[in-house]
Design a protein around this ligand. Sequence first.
Ligand SMILES: *Cc1c(COP(=O)(O)O)cnc(C)c1O
Length: 378
Amino acid sequence: MTATSLRPDAGRNASPYLYGAEAEAVAQVLAGGQYGHTEVTESFERQVAGFLGVPEAVAVTSGTAALHTALVAAGVGAGHEVIVPSLTFCASVQAVLAVGAEPRFVEVDPLSLCLDHQIVLDALTPATRAVMPVLFGGRAVDLTPARALLDERGIAVVEDAAHAFGSQGAGGRVGTTGDLTCFSFGPIKNLTCGQGGLVIPRTPREAEEIRRFRLLGVVQSQADRATLTGYQVDGYGLRYQMSAINAAIGLAQLPRFRTTAQARRALWCVYRDALADIDAVTLVEVDADRSVPHLCQVRVPGRDEVFHALRAKGIGVGVHYPPNHLQPAFARWHRPLPVTEQLGREILSLPFHQHLDEHDVDQVATALRQALAAGGRS
Ligand SMILES: *Cc1c(COP(=O)(O)O)cnc(C)c1O
C-alpha cells in the first residue's frame, strides 16, 4: 500500500470551483471595453443580495477591503479595540490596524475554531468598539447570548465571513442576521471573482458610507452626478470598487453555487469517512448540512513532520493559520493564548477542491497513515 504522488492538479491545497462560463463572461466584458465599476458590478451586487435575501450588498476589491470598509462604517478607529481571534488569516488583523484600532486577540473553541459569546464577554474592555468573529471553515458564529450587552455598549459585530459564503447558521443564512458581514471572493473561496469582496451593510446609511469609502470618498448619487461639474470629495476613502472583470466572474459563478456547495459538502464527507479509522488524527468537525465546508482540517500530533512528509509526496497540505499573536508584526498585542498556541502546532489542512476524487482522498489518507507510522504515532 504505497501512496504515489497525486496528480499535480489534485495535489494543490485549494483551487477555485470553475465551470467554463467564467472565461466567457470575462471575454464579454473585455470585448465591451469597459473594465471598471460598471453595471456588471452593480448587477453582481444585486444578484448576491437576491441570493442571500438582503436589501443591499456592496462589492469591493477584496475580503480585506471589505473588512477595512466595514470597520470604517462601524465607526471604529484610533483608541478603539476590536476583539478578534488570533486564529485567523492575517487579513482580519491588518484590517483592524488599517483603521488605527488595536486588535485584542482572543482564544477560539478548539472544536469549532471559532470564538463564542463567553470568549467575547470575557474580553470586553471600555475600549471595545467591535467584535470580529471569524466564521472559520464556513461555520456560522452565534453571539445571541452576548447580543444585548454588545448593543447596549454600541459594540458592532463585523463578521469575517471570508470562509462562509452560502453557509447557514442558527439565525439564518450567513449575511442575513443583521450584522456587518464581510465576504471574500478571492481565488480559493467558496465563491470566487478572481479577487473580490463584499460587505452586507446594516442600514441604507451605512451602505451609502461604504459606497463613498470604496470610491475614494467621492459622492456618487445620481442626483449629485447630475448637478456637479467634475466631482466632490466628501471624506477619506480608497480605490476599493470591484471591476467589471471580477464581477463578471462572480456573476458566472453564482448560478452554479448550489453545485459548488454540494460538491464541497460531498468531498468533506468523503474525507470524514476516509479518516474515521485513523485514531491519531482528530477531524475538525463541520455541520455539512448547514455549512458550506471551506476547508478539511485535522488536528495531528507531530504536525510539522506530517506536513513535510505529505508535501514530499506532492500532497498540498497547509496550515490555516499560524496564530497572529505570535507573528512578529503583531507582537505588541501578544497575550498568552494556550488553546490557540496548541491548535497552531496541531492543525493541518488537507487538499480540498474541485480536482479531487475519492481515489485521491484515499491516497491522502494512506499517506497520512504512513507519515504517522513513520513518526511512531499510529
Ligand atoms: C481570505 C480571507 C480574508 C481576506 O480576503 P481577501 O479577499 O484575500 O482579501 C480575510 N479573512 C479570512 C479568514 C480569509 O480566509
